[in-house]
Design a protein around this ligand. Structure first.
Ligand code: ASP
Ligand code: MG
Length: 455
């Protein structure tokens, strides 16, 4: 039975951490590996885009920082020899492709979404080559594939693509299963795939988790292990709540909602490709390979507590569309959302009333979204404004809807702290309730709710 292991950027920092990942992989039968970019590389590539657009002169310095990061890993872990030379050559040729793309961006002073996706995909492609080369140098047969060639197929959206499970399964199996049969470890870069026209498309920030789930689905894997630099899912962010506990088991729905509301453990769509199949999913800590981490189960978690965890997100913007009778104007909500959808802007959530529509968005999309709606405003819309001072808190638990009095406990806990709830929604998901508070109050509100349910 096949197994898929995914290593996040936080676990791929230097020679030592690559060696640790190899030790986890070595000796596993029929394992396929998915990797994120080396820690900090995606951020470096993003800033490279900005700098290249401004001045071509900055490119050599960026390339040498990228080269240095990868060189340090090789030096830290590879014994001298032919394998090391081959790996250095492979990394250098990949970096020269990055250089060519950056020069193109500098010449045009601009870039298409396709070029952006291609450029950012190199972070993961470099990491896959590194890991495969290092495994080989330790005597484990391995091969780096490129995700678009390996068969991760998407719907073609450039920045936030959805995976096409059916096509991925057909193509990926044909490419990967023969390697597994020969005892080779396939190493696949996460974060991107190929659209229907063959172009490279990205799965959104932290998308490698989502890639790994697609690979697990395609191979019918018995288990998917997602290795991170944290302990798995926690009842709250331990940097906000020191008494937060590890969740040993949680349901797919709980994991999806916690991730959606801001527990940055997993890409929020990770569990999607696994719906309806029997793959066991674990989130594990590379710093503590002996700990079982968190298991994400398809059915009920079996937990006795009412609440699984509390997630919070201070990176959030709200567009408020005001107007008399807005709530009873047929088609208005559809018009506003298709306007944003057409611009590739995702709406996290909507709260409406008779006089105002509140659209919750990613801050990166807020200004362009605001402009679009303002430009299209007609008689009904009186005012459109951007609210950037709020934070969102999500309380997640599979029994939250069934049990009486849970909402009362959540809001009483917040009220006792004298924190005002600015907006709230419950019932949209059967396992989650969320509310918004002033950003400055977020930490205290999370602690108050956590103390209420985890005394
Ligand atoms: N490297 C990408 C990012 O930082 C994807 C990932 O890490 O999963 O968002
Ligand atoms: Mg990353």
């Amino acid at each position: 039975m096949a197994k898929v292991m995914k290593f996040g950027g936080g676990c791929l920092r230097d020679g030592r951490s690559f060696a640790r990942a190899c030790a986890i992989i070595d000796g596993q039968p029929r394992v396929t590996v998915v990797v994120s970019a080396v820690s900090g590389v995606t951020e470096l590539l993003l800033s490279a885009i900005d700098q290249a657009k401004r001045q071509e002169k900055s490119i050599p310095a960026i390339l040498s920082r990228l080269a240095e990061k990868h060189r340090a890993v090789i030096e830290g872990v590879c014994p001298p020899g032919r394998g090391k030379k081959r790996l250095q050559g492979a990394i250098a040729s990949q970096l020269s492709q990055v250089g060519r793309l950056l020069t193109g961006i500098a010449c045009h002073r601009d870039l298409t979404p396709g070029v952006r996706s291609r450029l950012l995909s190199h972070g993961e492609r470099l990491a896959a080559r590194l890991l495969a080369g290092i495994l080989e140098s330790r005597g484990t047969r391995a091969k780096a594939l490129d995700a678009h060639r390996a068969g991760i197929c998407t719907d073609g959206n450039h920045a936030n693509a959805s995976i096409d499970r059916g096509r991925t399964r057909r193509i990926l199996r044909a490419r990967v299963v023969p390697l597994l049969r020969r005892g080779v470890v396939p190493v696949i870069p996460g974060f991107f795939g190929r659209g229907p026209d063959g172009a490279i498309t990205l799965l959104g920030r932290n998308g490698s988790d989502y890639s790994a789930a697609a690979v697990a689905y395609a191979l019918g894997a018995q288990s998917l292990e997602i290795w991170k630099d944290v302990d798995g899912f926690m009842s709250a962010d331990p940097s906000l709540v020191p008494t937060a506990r590890r969740l040993r088991r949680l349901s797919f729905a709980e994991a999806a909602e916690l991730s959606y509301f801001g527990a940055r453990i997993l890409h929020p769509r990770t569990v999607e490709p696994l719906a309806g199949i029997r793959t066991r999913v674990f989130v594990r800590n590379m710093g503590e390979p002996g700990s079982a981490g968190s298991e994400i189960v398809a059915g009920c978690s079996g937990r006795r507590e009412d609440v699984a965890g509390i997630a919070a997100n201070r990176h959030l913007a709200i567009i408020r569309v005001h107007g008399a009778g807005i709530g009873s104007k047929p088609g208005l909500l559809a018009a506003v959302s298709s306007l944003l959808g057409g611009a590739g802007i995702n709406i996290h959530s909507v709260l409406t009333s008779q006089t105002c529509i509140n659209l919750l968005l990613d801050p990166a999309d807020a200004r362009s979204g605001l402009k679009k709606i303002k430009a299209a405003a007609n008689g009904v819309i009186r005012k459109v404004e951007l609210e950037e001072r709020l934070a969102l808190i999500g309380v997640v638990g599979e029994r939250i809807m069934e049990r009486k009095g849970i909402y009362a406990r959540i809001f009483s806990a917040v009220a006792r702290e004298r924190i005002n709830v600015e907006m709230a929604a419950a019932g949209a998901s059967s396992v989650a309730c969320y509310f918004l508070v002033q950003r400055a109050d977020m930490d205290r509100a999370v602690r108050a709710v956590h103390d209420e349910f985890f005394p």
